[in-house]
Design a protein around this ligand. Structure first.
Ligand code: SF4
Length: 908
């Protein structure tokens, strides 16, 4: 019967497997791809059932054969166990680099890798005597390797890296006839592999397919255009043949994963398969660390939080993703608790679950059932936490703790989540196996080992045979397709530039042809991968971006060698011919008037300031209640420092019995420093208790001294003013405007020597009166007060100023009618206070502009329109709600497609 060509399966491998032959692949990934291609081919033949193909990846093959033949009872170490052994050996080394756990673990991982390289490329150097002349770091590693060998001998252990070497004599001693092997997906066969296969008997490599007849090399303007072209190419290929299998090869799948996902979803055509449960159109063959999968991350943070602190953003993540809650209601209550804590100023940089329960109790919003479950889980852990016990016991305890905490909640899990839980169980089992040498450990060490295992365990959901597969060049070994697109083929990336291993002597690496030992070796390996790719599909496209990170890039010489000089992208793959984006920017002119207009509204002048900065910001904050939280810091945040300064100055100028009220009282003050220190002390007493308690006393003391010095310097500056009287501080006033009632609180109002009023706003940041400039003021607080709050029949206001109270920068900035005559005699004619006095027309113009802002707010004007992008957005914090990033993308997309439509006379 003729063999139908199937993407992913050469006719030789198919015939071999059909006859029941054994195929060994270079990697597990290649084995899975081959298996899936075989199934497709059998189905294409009209079969409903067939014997399972004999496909094994190289490592499983070696493991299975060694286990079957080795009868000496030694334990085959898994990776977690072997790494723990290297860590143990590194810990015995007195060098400073191995003292701290982090560097020690990293060095142990490097040593394990160096051992693997020696076992694969230069096994003769595994003998201690052969490494006699090694110097410095290499000598240190050599000592560790000898210790590793001795430990393995003593404890009857064997490293997986040694299996091929161990198998050679075992196979030679066994004369039983063995089935021939076909090797698939090997870019190069290492000497140790060759020796082992020779000892096995009959074997051969699958013959490479014919090189692709259709090879192209494109250059794109930048990385985005390159990615878009690739995605559009996928779309066209799948439109022409929905059953096609495409392979995207890229070295950046790890770092540009999100970008690639967006480009493929947008341009490659979702075909409606964005709906939950629909088959995906693409899959990454390389997984992501399990520690980044929400279920695993949630479980780990929960376990960690029982006995130690997790960072505030981690707790936020835990609460907001429902990973710690049984159901949506509980999750909402937990998030509300966190919000309530922040509103009380009780944020902190790190939290344990117990801290959160204790502080959260004050808000009365914590769900009682959740508290009970967390306490129960913690109690169970506390029964063991002080013990040193077998890792197996810890691994057995963890499911009980998570169950007590109701992880992963009541919601039904998707298939990928079940798979993630299975992988989590495997990572935990691997950590449980750390007791292989009778080792006992504490909870903290076990948790650290689990954290490392989650970082090192890659997770990719089982393949659903998506039509587009994405893989790195090396990981693509064994994968074949109808067509391939190779992204990023520029001179610096292909061949890739790696560095030699730091723990092995460079001459040894060169002699044994270790990866990256010489540029020539990298070139040869890249050339063989390129040749393999050319034979893996009927069509292959290379591409590169001329601009990469702002630097001009040149095409890969290797790609030029096989595909000729790069050509511009064909018009059909250029970005302007994009498919309609998934998200389309629309002019939204619908408005929802503010129903509660007659009522007073919180936020004071901030509402109209926000309306001026960006109408959507005002809508989101004043009407939807959105808030931007400042992350807690170990010390005081700039906002908390600013509040302390306001409180201290309010107390200083608060009038009798303890404060001052005028310039003359300031002049008469005998001991200004102790006067200020007393007010600073009382301001610090008013800090939220939670905040004060978590700051070390010494730190608060230093902060009080800093503030005392700053306020004293400010008073010294104020002493140089013309005579004045403080009319009020923290003046609360309600301003009706266009049906809104805004509640303002002014820092201070002074009466000047000409009986006019000066409005003062204390600032610790860098502000300027330009913030009041029309048509869109950055800040409307003082202009609003000047134009709408003062009763002009009773008061004459002659100025608005920011009092800039900053170390080394003490001054007034603003608009004053006669600054030299009423504020500071020392001002020069060039001072902006003198050059730009306050005029009646300013007040009139401000009034008109502010009333318009209020009308816009009340009528529901809420478009995303930042005043000064990207600066306004950087300080806003609402990007996740307004999706300004997505809007910007879509805008550019839209303008491109409109341009394209114009050029083509189209009608998009
Ligand atoms: S992030 Fe920018 S666009 Fe979004 S609401 Fe804030 S200011 Fe407006």
């Amino acid at each position: 019967m003729g063999i139908k060509p199937v993407a992913g399966l050469g006719s030789e491998a198919y015939a071999w497997l059909r006859e029941g032959g054994l195929v060994v692949t270079a990697s597990d990934r290649a084995a899975r791809a081959l298996r899936s291609a075989f199934y497709r081919a059998r189905q294409a033949e009209g079969l409903a059932a067939w014997p399972a193909p004999r496909i094994l990846d190289w490592q499983s093959f070696a493991r299975a054969e060694w286990t079957a033949r080795s009868l000496d009872g030694r334990l085959l170490l898994n990776r977690t166990q072997e790494q723990a052994l290297w860590v143990e050996i590194a810990a015995g080394d007195p060098r400073p680099a191995t003292v701290l756990p982090g560097p020690r673990n990293r060095l142990a991982a490097m040593a394990m890798e160096a051992h693997e390289l020696l076992a694969s490329y230069a096994p003769r150097l595994l003998r201690t005597a052969a490494r006699a002349g090694w110097q410095q770091d290499a000598a240190a590693f050599s000592g560790w390797l000898s210790a590793f060998d001795a430990t393995c001998r003593d404890r009857q252990l064997v490293s997986e890296s040694r299996l091929p070497l161990e198998l050679v004599p075992l196979l030679k001693a066994d004369s039983t006839e063995r089935a021939p092997i076909l090797l698939a997906g090997f870019d190069r066969i290492l000497p140790v592999q060759r020796e082992m296969f020779d000892a096995w008997g009959s074997w051969r490599q699958a013959a490479p397919g014919e090189p692709a007849p259709d090879i192209e090399f494109y250059q794109a303007a930048d990385a985005q255009a390159e990615l878009t072209a690739c995605a559009l190419w996928c779309r066209r290929k799948l439109a022409a043949d929905p059953r096609a299998h495409l392979l995207i090869v890229t070295q950046d799948a790890g770092t540009r994963r999100g970008e690639m996902e967006r480009a493929l979803l947008r341009h490659a055509g979702s075909g409606g398969n964005l709906s939950p449960g629909a088959a995906p159109i693409f899959e990454f063959s390389l997984g992501v660390p399990l520690s980044r999968i929400p279920l695993a991350r949630g479980a780990y943070l929960l376990l960690k939080g029982f006995t130690a602190s997790i960072e505030e953003h981690e707790l936020d993540w835990l609460l907001s993703t429902s990973q710690a809650a049984a159901n949506a209601r509980e999750s909402a209550a937990l998030q509300a608790t966190m919000r309530a804590l922040r509103r009380r100023g009780m944020e902190r940089p790190a939290w344990s679950i117990s801290d959160f329960i204790a502080e959260g109790a004050l808000t009365r919003q914590l769900p009682a059932a959740w508290v009970e479950r967390m306490r129960d889980a913690k109690r169970r852990l506390d029964n063991h936490a002080a013990r040193q016990q077998s890792p197996l016991d810890w691994a057995a305890l963890i499911p009980q703790l998570l169950q007590a905490a109701a992880w992963p909640g009541e919601r039904p899990l998707a298939s990928a989540e079940f798979q993630a839980i299975r992988r989590w169980d495997q990572a935990m089992d691997a950590c449980g196996s750390l007791g292989f040498s009778g080792r006992r450990m504490g909870w903290k060490d076990f948790l650290a080992a689990l954290g490392r295992a989650l970082d090192e365990t890659l997770f990719a959901p089982e393949t659903r045979d998506a039509p587009i597969q994405i893989a790195g060049p090396a990981e693509s070994a064994g994968l074949t397709a109808d067509a391939i697109w190779f992204l990023g083929a520029h001179e610096d990336a292909w061949p890739p530039r790696g560095s030699a291993h730091p723990l092995l002597p460079i001459e040894v690496q060169r002699e044994a042809d270790l990866p990256h030992a010489t540029p020539q070796l990298d070139w040869e390996l890249a050339r063989s991968i390129t040749a393999r790719l050319l034979a893996s599909a009927g069509e292959i496209h290379f591409s590169f971006a001329r601009q990469s990170a702002g630097v001009e890039a040149r095409p890969s010489r290797l790609a030029v060698e096989v595909a000729g000089m790069p050509q511009p992208l064909p018009p059909e793959l250029a970005a302007r011919e994009t498919a309609r984006p998934i998200a389309v920017a629309v002019e939204d002119d619908t408005r929802i008037p503010f129903a509660a207009a007659a009522a007073s509204i919180g936020g004071g002048a901030g509402v109209l300031t926000a309306q001026s900065q960006c109408p959507f910001k005002a809508f989101a904050t004043a009407r939807l209640g959105a808030e931007n939280w400042e992350p807690a810091q170990v010390g005081l945040t700039p906002r908390q420092r600013g509040q302390l300064l306001h409180d201290a100055l309010h107390a200083v100028w608060g009038g009798p019995p303890d404060g001052l009220r005028s310039h003359s009282e300031l002049d008469m003050l005998k001991d200004r420093d102790s006067f200020v220190a007393g007010h600073v002390r009382s301001a610090m007493q008013k800090m939220p208790p939670g905040l004060r308690q978590r700051m070390p006393c010494r730190y608060l003391d230093l902060e009080a001294r800093r503030l005392t010095k700053l306020v004293s310097e400010w008073l010294a500056f104020e002493a140089t003013r013309h005579a004045f009287t403080v009319v009020d501080t923290e003046l609360a006033t309600a301003v009706p405007i266009e049906g809104l009632t805004l509640h303002l609180r002014l820092d201070r109002v002074d009466r000047l020597n000409d009986e006019t009023l000066l409005v003062i706003d204390y600032k610790t940041g860098n502000v300027s009166p330009r913030d009041w400039d029309l048509p869109r003021p950055e800040d409307v607080q003082l202009p609003l007060y000047a134009s709408l709050a003062l009763d002009a029949s009773q008061h004459v206001m002659s100025g608005l100023v920011f009092a800039k109270v900053r170390p080394g920068d003490l001054c007034f900035a603003g608009r004053v009618g006669d600054a030299q005559g009423t504020l500071l005699a020392s001002l020069s004619g060039g001072s902006s206070l003198v050059k730009y006095p306050l005029g009646a027309e300013h007040v009139v113009d401000w009034r008109k502009a502010i009333e318009q802002l209020a009308r816009d707010f009340v009528t529901g004007r809420a478009e995303v329109d930042p005043r000064d992008p990207p600066k306004t957005c950087e300080r806003c914090g609402l990007q996740t709600i307004c999706r300004i990033g997505g809007v910007a993308d879509d805008d550019s997309e839209e303008s491109v497609s409109q341009e394209s439509a114009r050029e083509e006379g189209g009608d998009e």
